[in-house]
Unconditional design. Sequence first.
Lengths: 205, 404
Amino acid sequence: MSKLVLERLVAKFGSDVLETHSDFGDDTARVSPEIWRAVGEFLRKDPALDFDLFVDLCGVDYPERADTGERVEVVLHLYSIGRRHRVRIKTRVGDQDMERAELESLTSIWSGANWFEREVYDMSGVTFRGHPDLRRILMYPEFVGHPLLKDYPANKTQPLVPYRSEAEAGVPLEKLAPFREDEGMSFPRRGPGHAVTPVADRERD
Amino acid sequence: MEAMDLLLEEGELELPSEPMHLNMGPSHPAMHGTVRIVLELSGETILKADVQIGYLHRGFEKMCERGTWAQVFPYADRLNYASPMLNNVGYALAVEKLCQICVPDRCQYYRMILGEFARIADHLTCTGAMAMELGAFTPFLWFLKAREIIYDLLEEETGARLTHSFGRIGGVANPPSPSFKEMCRGALPRVVALVEEGEKLLLKNRIFLDRVQGVGAISQADAIALSWTGPCLRATGVAYDVRKAHPYLKYDEVDFSVPVGKNGDAADRFFVRLEEIRQSRRIIEQACDKMPDEGPVNADDPRVMLPAKDAVYTTIEATIQHFKLIMEGAKVPKGETYSYTEGGNGELGFYLVSDGSGTPYRVRIRPPCFPITGGLAKLITGGMLSDVVPAFGSLNMIGGECDH
């Protein structure tokens, strides 16, 4: 396997590429979290690299590295359909309480990153700045914690989410909307000038 | 006679102009897979869609961190339950990459044949269910009849119809049965004949074609940006197939072509899957010709393979080895790897991290239908409500895989 990708990456970012290896033929580079987005942009835009397929994103928890703020390793896999090469980019974020576990979102570079970043947020507790819609994806909104962190007990159960009573909902139960406002997508309040406001409404206002 | 509505003021004649919110699923009779789609509708046009998954989440990745490497196989079966054998093979190849084991040729062909049968079963399920959801029930029955033939064959080989758990690190659970090739050669024409019969009911069926042509279309650039792979990506014209681009097992030694579509709509995805069934047939036939009848099946590697049963009962070394492999698990060398195969829906990847012990430190699956389902909202926004069903059906979302 060619080392072209790693060489170009090191030439561009220098000491911000913290380590590289090609174990088992998988070219891997670990970069500092500050250049996460810049690396993504470079890999996508550089014509010799042309990584157009966002393959995978996941988080791996290493609690013993929490002291240095490198608790969760976020692992990104990319592939170039035209050039048929792959690369794995890693970075480490977060301390014991998952403070500062933040990265810049890659959704503006690959739109497919949207769900993967939501999944990493849901499962490993890494927040992505600039993500258009960062909410849980596999677990439900009331779920507490991030299951794929090593300190989340595998046999832990969480209480069922109770139904709302009429007093809590404020309306008779049969009149309840099928989903709440904070659940699912956020439906914007409609008003004049909104894209889906019918013409008649705008004139009335 | 006086018109009734003359008494009304003009404003009252208007239909409600506020967009309507509609909740589709999670258990909807016209959708396969447990998924919930929240729609904002203006009339019948979809203004906005939100696809919510996770109803089948079972914590696959967390469960894998509790057992041994070999105990992942039954879980892997239950990811894409339409083609469990492909997951088995994919996971086995990933662990073998970490252990740097190469299984004998006979096993490689064997895995390939079983995997391709699973792929046919997967495509039959998807295309059949898609037709059924559009009201064409008969082809579904024909396709399932063909799937039964495949299930019978897999049952004969593995002992189970659906969740085979047949893969092993360094091989498979049992060697091929003596009549294996004969069964394969006998089953293929019967499967294809049923597929052709079912196809005839659809390919010239105006009602069916009108429902799928031009529906849920996506451009090449968008499909790539959304991380689509597999038949859904190939339907847009991108000939990316892991079996061709990065051959694993013995795919470089058989001759087959990668069917691609043009428009990237539901019809193309349907046709691509049907054509792939024929290509899988070609692969199986060639693999049957090339597969050696004699020779070892499993890798001869005591690190991962259980010793022979008679040795376990007669020698202390084999007893200890057996005990350690079962109780502690095979020790996989420290390291990380990403291994990818062509699953039923696209690139099925396993990212494994080992700390050198008998238990996986992290098993990450890259389910092909996760990003594909992620693109569903884009696919249906702006379309009609009734187009949700064919668009969704053509993606072949498998809940177990998508929701981990």
